[in-house]
Design a protein around this ligand. Sequence first.
Ligand code: SAH
Length: 461
Amino acid sequence: MKKNDEVMLIIDDLGTNGEGIGHIDGYALFVKGALPGEKVRVRLMKLNKNYGFARLLEIIEPSPERRMPFCEAFGKCGGCTLQHLSYEGQLAFKDKKVRDCLSRIGAIDLDKVEWLPIIGCTDEQSQLPLAYRNKAQFPVRQDKDGNPVIGFFAGRSHQLIPVSSCGIQHPRINAVVEDVLHFMKKYHMTAYNEESHTGLVRHIYVRRGYHTGQIMLCVVINGRKIPHEEEFIQHFSKMEDMTSLYLNVNCEKTNVILGKKMRLLWGQETIEDRIGGIGFRISPQSFYQVNPQQTEKLYACAAEFADLKGNETVWDLYCGIGTISLYLAKKMDAQKGGRVIGVEIVPEAIENAKENARRNAISNAEFYCGAAEDVAEKLPQSADVVVVDPPRKGCDAKLLDTIVTMKPERVVYVSCDPATLARDVKILEEKGYRMVKGRACDMFPQGGHVETVCLLTRKAQ
Ligand code: SAH
């Protein structure tokens, strides 16, 4: 086999990013856009020692799971990489991805674990979950005619693929973004240019409360202010659902979206949403789950795994605005000493968490700001149950040490990256815990990411 050869291939698997994988005499070829069960014609592109990449030329026998992608940017944008796969197929793929990680990286024997079916997000009308996201951060650039456009960066590149709207966003979010582009055109506001580090508007950031409909708009600029600020405020504050208008100043040469300086132009500092009957105020800097319908199911699963009697002390590490903390605290009995201690590194999120506890009259939750790996060992009370929900890089080794030394009965691990989850579960297994239950949850329909909840209990000594 050599580069540029055309070959026939049967696809037998999907890679972690949703690429088809086929084998020729045991040699694996990755084919973007191809699905398991398909017979395809491909051109060999890059051949490494143990695996190679090929370009899809023709689908000779399509999979019955193949669907028409809904988005013009499919295959180019790094986002919804599974659009060409039926939703059932997406769920099966994600479930398998998590299980594979747990057994390969985590050395877990899944036959000895209660593995529950993945929590899907089935939209009864269309069978195709779309328009679910409550948050968008679109980069803005100038197109070749000088007009501001939004889009996505292709893969990990800096090349912007323009899109007119995004199918997984709530329609109001797309509409607000479009309106910002109109405003920019009307008032000749320039878009950012990364190469020359000139131009004003870098990102349009919009958030929407699912239950309240409240909208937060934040324009990220390479500069201190926008021209026609008055008109901007007047125009956007008129929208019925607009709740919060911000400018964010980011003059750095960086990929980080938000700069340090956040200026409220108009309205409330936070927008509000509800989960499990609890109201949450959310600052622009705070993390908040992006798929509100699935979030309820994810937290319900975490609570079920935590199996609280009501009198325990629970640590909720990486707690964000205190969503899981308050969700659990509300189910506990403060009179009997049941309480939750939340830890989070972003100060604004901790402020939100404290305010959220107060406003919901939840007295048995307290919050500490700092890195979980530093704060946990100094917390005022040890825990019977620990919940962790770290970012993709997983838990710090030092934190896992603190947890095993404290010997809580249960650890509920909520994860957005199966590989680091498996790594951490392995460490916990080696240090006295056993994984007893697990369940994946699809928070990101059409995309390759997947959320997982695992329960580990302390082995009898
Ligand atoms: N449980 C929350 C947040 C999960 S996202 C929810 O469901 O909404 C992970 C959170 O961990 C983010 O809020 C992030 O700011 C925070 N974080 C990242 N690194 C951290 C660290 N070292 N210590 C504590 N929190 C951290």
